[in-house]
Design a binder for this molecule. Structure first.
Ligand code: MN
Ligand code: MN
Length: 293
């Protein structure tokens, strides 16, 4: 089991570097997403979710659509968030890329993460991890994003129910040896809250429902079987656009699919993120260690 986690972690780390190199070459975000997801497969993994490429005040859940032309400019904060699974064992890692160079907001996100990892040992309470993360943000004069959290990981399950807060709050639960979590502080110059927009490009299987449209039935079966209940992109579906959109709308409104609405910082301020997948131990084990660390 740990070997599969470690393999997923190595692939995720390499793929994150690869995605960053594509952005630096000037590819549009659709190309970056497609090539990055192909790289995951080439290295022997599967995407645990569509590559998220969220820019500036968009905090998370943005993945390009098929006709997307979005590119980034010099000073944009691009959060590249990659998930890889090997036989269901998931590694989840993200960093923020600014072409003109890492500024304090990006450095703050990375320091929030590295300080959280230091205390990720058996016996630490999740609330205490949040306190460490928040205090780094305060030192920099920024706000952590309070309604985004890290999460426990288990096989074919991206959010196993336990959350790692990004501020001094949350549960008294103690970390135990061998547990696997994604730690993902988000930080902003704004108010520190995100809200749903009305846009969605990423979905996840929830339950079976009756469907009159054959395409809706097929999408639901793919969501359950091909994607193993993990998040998938509209972009991954190869049906005509109109019937795809009608099917997805039906499946969301009937509760068959969960929609991951694109999240924006409420005050419109830029957001930076850094994320690693970590095994709780006396010396916390970072499964997704970046090469520049
Ligand atoms: Mn992530
Ligand atoms: Mn995550």
């Amino acid at each position: 089991m740990l070997e599969k986690y470690e393999k997923a972690g190595r692939i995720a780390s390499e793929v994150l570097d690869y995605a960053e190199s594509l952005v630096k070459k000037g590819f549009d975000l659709l190309r970056v997403a497609e090539m990055t997801e192909k790289k995951i497969a080439d290295l022997g993994g599967s995407p645990a979710f569509p590559v998220n490429l969220s820019v500036n005040e968009v905090a998370a859940h943005y993945t390009p659509e098929k006709n997307d032309r979005l590119t980034v400019s010099e000073d944009d904060y691009l959060k590249i968030d990659v998930g890889v699974h090997v036989d269901g064992y998931i590694a989840d890692t993200a960093r923020t890329v600014v072409l003109s160079g890492r500024d304090d907001l990006v450095k703050c996100a990375e320091k929030m993460l590295s300080e959280a990892i230091r205390v990720f040992v058996p016996g630490t309470r999740l609330r205490e991890v949040g306190a460490v993360i928040e205090s780094v943000a305060s030192d920099f004069g920024f706000s952590p994003v309070r309604n985004l959290t890290g999460h426990g990981l288990s096989r074919f399950d991206l959010h196993s129910g336990t959350t790692v807060p990004n501020f001094a709050g949350g549960s008294e639960r103690e970390l135990t040896e061998g547990e696997v979590y994604a730690i993902e502080p988000f930080v902003t110059t704004g108010s520190g809250w995100v809200k749903d927009t009305e846009k969605v490009s990423i979905f996840k299987y929830m339950k079976d429902v009756p469907c009159r449209l054959p395409e809706a039935r097929r999408i639901l079966r793919m969501a359950r079987e091909d994607f193993h209940g993990l998040p998938f992109a509209r972009r991954w579906l190869n049906f005509p656009k109109t019937v795809t959109d009608i099917s997805l709308r039906h499946l969301v409104s009937s509760g068959a699919l969960h929609p991951y609405y694109i999240l924006k910082e409420v005050s419109g301020a830029p957001v930076a993120q850094a994320e690693h997948t970590v095994v709780v131990a006396d010396r916390p084990k970072v499964l997704t260690a970046w090469t520049r660390e």
